[in-house]
Design a protein around this ligand. Structure first.
Ligand code: FMN
Length: 187
């Protein structure tokens, strides 16, 4: 497989902050023919899940605002989650996306319906935080892993850039560049 379609869930309200810096490092070695599409979740402002129970019966949602995002997550070769740490967790628009994926838990895990995805996708998590945030990052890795799994995507790597309050961690930028290069060259 060659990684051509890349879809980014971008969870910072700052389109040119540290999250973007880390994302740019990751995509630095993307081939010219790769198509990278980004969903800015602070523009989307996903509806939060209201536990209406509709998805317990059918793989659908009473809110349609994430239909396009979920389609792209299921058709992209590589899905990136790029997010800052907010209050020991992810910012609320990304948390809303994770909650809204309950429909896939009901469909694929509980009812064992066939997934839309035919081939396993590659998932990558990029996180940034003002302080060290070691524990929150572990939690976010778990959340991303579970969310990716629901759609048949394997969390294949993650990079964290800590301490943005006081410095730019060049080592993290290098790690992101290396991970990007490895994924784009070997898949
Ligand atoms: C509402 C809010 C909550 C935050 N909570 C945390 C936190 O719990 N731990 C932490 O290390 N940094 C926290 N930060 C700092 C951000 O993670 C940090 O500034 C990050 O670089 C922002 O990324 P950006 O430049 O892409 O927007 C918080 C920032 C905001 C605005």
């Amino acid at each position: 497989m060659s990684v051509k379609k890349v879809f980014v869930l971008f969870a910072s309200p700052n389109k040119s902050g540290y999250t973007k810096m880390l994302l740019d490092a990751f995509t630095h070695f993307a081939p010219e023919n790769a198509v990278i599409e980004t969903a800015y979740l602070y523009d989307v402002l996903p509806q939060p899940c209201t536990d209406c129970r509709v998805c317990k019966l059918e793989n659908t949602c009473i809110f349609r605002d994430l239909d396009g995002i979920f389609d792209k997550m299921q058709s992209a070769d590589l899905v990136l989650i790029a997010t800052p740490v907010y209050h020991y967790n992810v910012p609320s628009p990304l948390k809303a996306v994770f909650d809204r994926m309950q429909r896939f838990f009901e469909a694929y895990i509980v009812r064992k319906e066939e997934r839309q995805r035919q081939t396993e996708g590659i998932g990558v998590l990029l996180t940034v935080s003002g302080r060290k945030a070691t524990e929150p990052v572990k939690l976010i890795q778990k959340q991303a892993d579970k969310a990716f799994n629901l759609l048949g995507i394997r969390l294949s790597g993650s990079v964290h850039m800590p301490e943005t309050d006081t410095r730019v961690d060049k080592e993290a930028l290098k790690q992101a560049e290396d991970l990007g290069r490895e994924i784009f060259e070997n898949n």
